[in-house]
Design a protein around this ligand. Structure first.
Ligand code: AMP
Ligand code: TRP
Length: 335
């Protein structure tokens, strides 16, 4: 809770690629729904992004593009604090303090680390291993009550809760223990090509994901090519995972219920379903895409937002960090 009695939200996205429909439906859409009720901190988490190899120039561009996409998706930059993680040095500092309270075994159990380490054995760096601690630091610095994220972050969030409790019990009440917020139906948007895997911007098959910033024709083509099955009926079941995923996306974008959608396509084939779905998705993304392009041409405006954002974030972050350093036993700086 902040000083005005409003509950606090923290969430972040890595500028490690282009934003996908999975990011939008799993996280950003929830942010837009919650932003009026909460005080929100939203971050482009560039420090997390460098746990896998990044080209410096590309990383810089993607960080700005991500900011433009947040705003294009409907995040109000006046009302919310939007900032670049590396601009607020308290994240790295709290990360360190929390690292000393995290057990190796806890990090060893993280499924995302296990998956990523299989993919990048040549660059199995310690940052990838301690990634969830930095994420805990992000959240706990702002005393966040709620963290809207996709399903893949559940285990990381659990660690943040555990570390908050551990610190509070060892010293005294310091951190708010955050809750997760997961959207219904789209907490795990699946790949359009391999519906048993999540839609991911790092997928080598670009037909597996829809990018917020791609052109309409590409989106339509990807939806029409989406893998389904040979059953031929529009049902919402685990036996038809491709279709189930498409129905979830359709439902979230159109605000129609799953039941309504299944009823609408009774006796119709997948072609009709996909055609309508593509239209709905493209229609929804059109205004986001236009706003995104416009914003990218206004770099000064974007710069103003992330400068103001970091200044505001830092004040809050410093308050928590000071308290933590004091409790740990560090001598306060007198300069
Ligand atoms: P990332 O792109 O990994 O930084 O993820 C940013 C946010 O998007 C996090 O809250 C993720 O949980 C969410 N997210 C990423 N991919 C998906 C997906 N396929 N389905 C639902 N949420 C996702
Ligand atoms: N780990 C998150 C992801 O990959 C991104 C992230 C970093 C985050 N810090 C966070 C999400 C704090 C929520 C809160 O999706």
């Amino acid at each position: 809770m902040n000083e005005q009695g409003k509950k606090v939200i923290f969430s972040g996205v890595q500028p490690s690629g282009k934003m996908t429909l999975g990011n939008y439906l799993g996280a950003i859409k929830s942010w837009t729904n919650l932003q009026n009720e909460y005080e929100c901190f939203f971050s482009m988490v560039d420090m997390h992004a460098i746990t896998v190899p990044q080209d410096p120039e590309v990383l810089r561009n993607q960080t700005i593009e991500l900011l433009a996409q947040f705003i294009a998706c409907g995040i109000d930059p006046e009302q919310n604090t939007i900032f670049i993680q590396s601009h607020v040095h308290q994240h790295a500092e709290l990360n360190w303090a929390l690292c000393t309270m995290t057990y190796m075994g806890e990090l060893n159990r993280m499924t995302q680390f296990k998956d990523k380490s299989k993919k990048s054995e040549a660059n199995l760096n310690a940052g990838l291993f301690t990634y969830p601690v930095l994420m805990a630091a992000d959240i706990l610095l702002y005393q966040a009550d709620l963290v809207p994220v996709g399903d893949d972050q559940k285990q990381h969030l659990e660690l943040a809760r555990e570390l908050a409790n551990r610190f509070n019990n060892k010293y005294s009440e310091t951190f708010v223990v955050p809750d997760g917020y997961f959207p219904k139906g789209t907490a795990r948007v699946m790949s359009l090509q391999e519906p048993l895997n999540k839609m991911s911007k790092s997928d080598s098959n670009e037909n597996g994901y829809i990018l917020l910033a791609e052109d309409e024709k590409t989106t339509i083509k990807k939806i029409k090519r989406a893998v389904t099955d040979s059953i031929g009926e529009v049902n919402y079941t685990d036996e038809q995972p491709g279709l189930k995923n498409l129905i979830n996306i359709y439902s979230a974008i159109s605000d129609k219920t799953v039941e309504d959608i299944v009823k609408m396509y009774e006796g119709k084939g997948y072609g009709a379903f996909k055609g309508d779905m593509a239209e709905v998705v493209v229609e929804k993304l059109r205004s986001i895409r236009e706003k995104y392009k416009y914003l990218l041409e206004n770099r000064d405006y974007l710069e103003q937002i992330y400068v103001k954002g970091a200044q505001k974030a830092e004040v809050r972050a410093e308050k928590t960090l000071k308290d933590v350093y004091d409790k740990i036993g560090f001598i306060p700086r007198k300069f």
